[in-house]
Each structure stands twice: as C-alpha cells, then as structure tokens.
Design a protein around this ligand. Structure first.
Ligand code: ZN
Length: 115
C-alpha cells in the first residue's frame, strides 16, 4: 500500500517537529495531496490513526487538501487542469496526448499543529 509508506513519513515528520518545538501533542496535520500522486485521500486519516496509536500524534486531526493535476500541452502550449484524472488524459484545447505534468504529482505536509 502506497499510502502506508507516505503516512509513516508524515508521522515521523510530525513527531520530529513536535520534539523540536517541545510540543506535548500533535493536534492537527494538513496534507496536500496531488491528484497524480497515487494517494487516495480517504485512506489517509484512517491509516494514520492506526500507525499514530501510542504516540503523541494519536487522535490528531488529519486534513487532506486535494491538489488538481495540471498538464501543459507540448503541441499548443495550453494548460489543462484535471481534478480527478482518469485513464484518458489529453489536452483540453487541442486534444493532443503530448502532455507534461506540471503540478499534482507529489504529496506534502502543509501544516502541523502542536500544543
Ligand atoms: Zn494542446
């Protein structure tokens, strides 16, 4: 499972940030997840709940913001934005399949709440 590895990284980062800031508890984590990152946002919080058990991040709130995928067409130069990319991805202006992914391929932590 792709999400499990990512969530483990998120947990490790959150715990490190909490320690560096002498926090007692991680209350909230905001993630931004790209539409092409391969991460299914609805799996994130339940998975995180399991791995965060018995850490200071247990029971923290997980907010997942979805970032749309943006492709630039190599033929006409227009950008196409896909909220939920399916199997068929093409330029929305000219129909070309020569596209370059500009954003939406990664996941990142936006904010960590600590008390
Ligand atoms: Zn095009």
């Amino acid at each position: 499972m792709h999400e499990l590895g990512i969530m483990k990284d998120v947990l490790a980062t959150a715990l490190r940030v909490a320690e560096e800031n002498k926090g007692k508890k991680v209350t909230k984590i905001t993630l931004r997840v790209g539409a092409m990152s391969g991460i299914v946002p609805r799996f994130c919080s339940s998975m995180f709940e399991v791995i965060a058990k018995d850490t200071i991040a247990e029971g923290c709130e997980m907010i997942v913001e979805e970032e749309p995928a943006v492709f630039k067409c190599l033929d006409c130069g227009e950008q196409s934005i896909y909220e939920n990319p399916g199997h068929e991805i093409k330029c929305l202006s000219c129909g070309s399949h020569s596209l370059r992914l500009i954003t939406g391929y990664k996941s990142q932590i936006v904010n960590i709440g600590i008390i």
